[in-house]
Design a protein around this ligand. Structure first.
Ligand SMILES: [Fe+2]
Length: 236
C-alpha cells in the first residue's frame, strides 16, 4: 500500500465508546485494520458491513481516519434533488432528520420519538408571518415568574369542556350552561347600566340594602290615610 492512500472498505467491528471502527478490505485479501477513528465533528457510528471511505496515513493501513459512508447501491439517499439539504440522525432514514428545500424555501425537523429542548439562558422566537401550534395530546405550561400576553387584534378562546379560572381564593367556573363566580371576600359590579334578567331571581343578604331612585328596599315607609285604606307607594 502506498502512503496517504484513500481506500473504501467495510466496517467489521465498532468501538462505540471511543468512536473508532475496524475496516476490512475484501479487495485486499480481507485485510483488517486496527481500530481507526471517525472524524470527530459529530458522533454517529456506521453499522457493521457499511461501506466507508478511509484515508490512511503514513503508517499504511494500520492508521487512518474514516470519512463516513459514501452513497452506494446499498446506501442510497432517502430522497435527492437540486436544492435539497438533508441530515438523518437515525441509521434508518425518515425516523429522525432535518431537511431544507432551497426551492421553496422550507425547512423541517422530524422525529418519530420524544423531543426535548433545554435552554439554560433565555430564548426569543420571532415569527414574521402566521404561526400555528397544534397539540393532539394534553398541553401543560408552567411559568415560575410573571406572564404577559399582548394582543393587538382580536382574541378568542373556545372551550368544549369546563373552564376554571382561579386567582387567589376566588374561582370563576364556566361549565355547560352554568357560570359560577365564587369570591372569598367581595364581588363588585360597576357600570352605567346593569341588567339582571331571569325566570327565577333570588337575592339573599344578611345585611345590606337596595336603593333605587332614592327609595330604600329595607328602610322605606308608606303612609296610610285611614285604617284599612290602601297605603301610599314606598317612600324613601
Ligand atoms: Fe313596602
Amino acid at each position: 500500500m502506498t502512503r496517504h492512500e484513500v481506500r473504501v472498505g467495510k466496517v467489521s467491528a465498532i468501538d462505540y465508546e471511543r468512536g473508532m471502527i475496524q475496516v476490512v478490505y475484501h479487495d485486499k485479501d480481507d485485510e483488517v485494520t486496527r481500530y481507526i477513528p471517525l472524524l470527530s465533528h459529530e458522533y454517529m457510528m456506521p453499522p457493521v458491513g457499511a461501506l466507508v471511505a478511509v484515508a490512511h496515513l503514513t503508517n499504511g493501513s494500520e492508521a487512518g481516519v474514516v470519512f463516513w459512508r459514501p452513497w452506494s447501491d446499498k446506501n442510497v439517499p432517502p430522497e435527492g434533488y437540486e436544492g435539497l439539504y438533508r441530515k438523518d440522525f437515525d441509521l434508518e432514514p425518515w425516523k429522525c432528520y432535518i431537511r431544507y428545500d432551497a426551492n421553496i424555501p422550507e425547512s423541517l425537523y422530524h422525529t418519530e420519538g420524544d423531543d426535548y429542548v433545554e435552554i439554560v439562558g433565555k430564548q426569543e422566537t420571532l415569527v414574521k408571518k402566521d404561526r400555528k401550534d397544534t397539540t393532539e395530546g394534553n398541553n401543560e405550561e408552567h411559568v415560575t415568574g410573571n406572564r404577559t400576553v399582548t394582543i393587538q387584534g382580536n382574541a378568542g378562546v373556545t372551550v368544549k369542556g369546563k373552564l376554571t379560572l382561579k386567582v387567589g381564593s376566588c374561582t370563576v367556573t364556566i361549565d355547560g350552561g352554568t357560570v359560577t363566580v365564587d369570591a372569598a371576600s367581595k364581588l363588585a359590579m360597576t357600570a352605567p347600566n346593569i341588567t339582571i334578567d331571569g325566570n327565577t331571581v333570588n337575592i339573599t343578604g344578611v345585611s345590606g340594602d337596595c336603593v333605587i331612585s332614592g327609595v330604600s328596599l329595607v328602610h322605606h315607609v308608606h303612609t296610610c290615610p285611614a285604617a284599612g285604606a290602601p297605603t301610599s307607594p314606598p317612600l324613601g
